[in-house]
Design a protein around this ligand. Structure first.
Ligand code: MLT
Length: 408
């Protein structure tokens, strides 16, 4: 008899963003004339940078000739891309990371979701609340939680991110083994200082814990004092893994390319308490379950580090940040308090006592604007909504004008 992994049965009905997409589709079917503006899922809307397109086209041209055609590439990524990443994203920024510590993949969502399978199911997992749902759901699937009750899974250590701590999690009150951090944060848009990250790195050393650091939104940081990588923090190489993506900086959400950094010093422990390096284990997993990102896409990703590529990415992220600033100004003028939007494309808005999903329905119904209900990111997100800056400036201005008219 084929039996099911019953941990899947504990999951909430559907993945947050699929749920929202379905609701919006139903709404559009029932209101075909309504012009919908999507500020919900963080999906980019602008064309790929020209430098990336040209490199992708050159890569496709190479694939068209027997003499330059490539079949399977290295699972971890081509050297040209891994070397460019190590130099531009880390070494030039004062962080020590070498090319062979980089694993190129098709997405930070997949990597942050898959990495947990290296660890036993009895570890204690700490997650911020609110949180990107992938971290939680993949631990539920793996059986690291009890059932869902009162908005939370038993067995998870939730780190409340609330007004009182400026939405930056405090250290857990009980010892934990695996910690998920994301800065600039999805969904709240908040950032962490070097001192705050150092506190986490020190905690991980003291508790033989591991930090999974999601830096998918680092390209939006403009404050020069804020760290872009956890590897800017002393001691992080032993206790942290970092996830990055070309999705939000270079607009690769539909193109797919990302990477994970596993430093050679980074360790977990076996059942006898002996240190085991994570790098060879992730390498083993990657080679077994993944066959590499396609060559033209890796060429395109590498072009993001060319002088033109860097300039074009800066323009792209500046464009979305201008949207974020507009949202923030408009929402503040309406009397709502919010965080994020300065070094991040997300604005986390206090709904002034409204239920998150009710606020979502109200905005959709009255203004045609799609947001993401904060409750979808966890219990502490109840009462909040998230607006994303990923849309055209014109649409963002129109969305905020409609919101002003309806709620002003
Ligand atoms: C989000 O809206 O939170 C993100 O776009 C989801 C993702 O990157 O997978």
């Amino acid at each position: 008899m084929i039996t099911i992994n019953e941990h899947y049965l504990k999951l909430q009905a559907s993945y947050l963003f699929s749920d929202i997409a379905k609701r919006v589709d139903t709404y559009q079917e029932n209101n075909p004339d309504k012009d919908i503006i999507r500020l919900g899922i963080g999906d980019v809307t602008r064309a790929l940078p020209e430098a990336c397109i040209k490199a992708m086209q050159a890569g496709v041209a190479e694939m068209a000739e027997d003499s330059s055609f490539r079949g399977y590439g290295p699972e971890q990524g081509y050297d040209f891309l891994r070397e460019a990443i190590a130099k531009h994203d880390f070494i030039d920024q004062g962080a020590e990371v070498s090319a062979d510590e980089i694993f190129v993949s098709d997405g930070a969502k997949c990597d942050t979701g898959n990495i947990q399978e290296l660890f036993t199911t009895d570890i204690k997992v700490a997650l911020p609340d609110p949180v990107y749902p992938v971290y939680l759901d993949t631990n539920v699937m793996a059986g690291r939680t009890g059932s869902f009750a009162d908005g939370r899974y038993q067995g998870i250590t939730y780190l409340d991110c609330v007004k009182e701590n400026n939405f930056v999690p405090d250290l857990p009150k009980e010892p934990v083994d695996l910690i998920y951090l994301c800065f600039p944060n999805n969904p709240t848009g908040t950032t962490a200082t070097k001192d705050e990250l150092k506190t986490w790195v020190d905690y991980a050393h003291r508790n033989k814990a591991l930090i999974l650091f999601d830096a998918a939104y680092e390209a939006f940081i403009r404050n020069p004092d804020l760290p872009k990588s956890i590897f800017e923090i002393e001691g992080a190489r032993e206790v942290a893994i970092e996830f990055r993506s070309f999705s939000k900086n270079a607009g690769f959400t539909g193109t797919r390319c990302a990477y994970t950094v596993v430093p050679k010093e980074c360790v977990a422990y076996d059942s006898k308490g002996n240190k085991q390096h994570i790098h060879p284990l992730w390498n083993r997993r990657h080679c077994t379950k993944f066959n590499g990102v396609s060559y033209p896409i890796q060429k395109a990703a590498a072009a993001a580090y060319s002088p033109e590529g860097k300039k074009q990415i800066r323009e792209l992220t500046d464009y979305y940040l201008r949207n974020a600033h507009h949202i923030k100004e408009a929402i503040t003028a309406l009397g709502f308090s919010s965080v994020g939007g300065d070094d991040s494309p997300y604005i986390w808005i206090d709904g002034q006592g409204r239920d998150s999903w009710e606020f979502f329905d109200l905005l959709l119904d009255k203004t045609g604007v799609v947001c993401t209900p904060g409750a979808g990111f966890g219990k502490c997100g109840q009462g909040y909504i998230r607006l994303s800056a990923f849309n055209s400036y014109e649409n963002v201005v129109q969305a905020m004008d409609r919101i002003k008219t309806e709620l002003g």
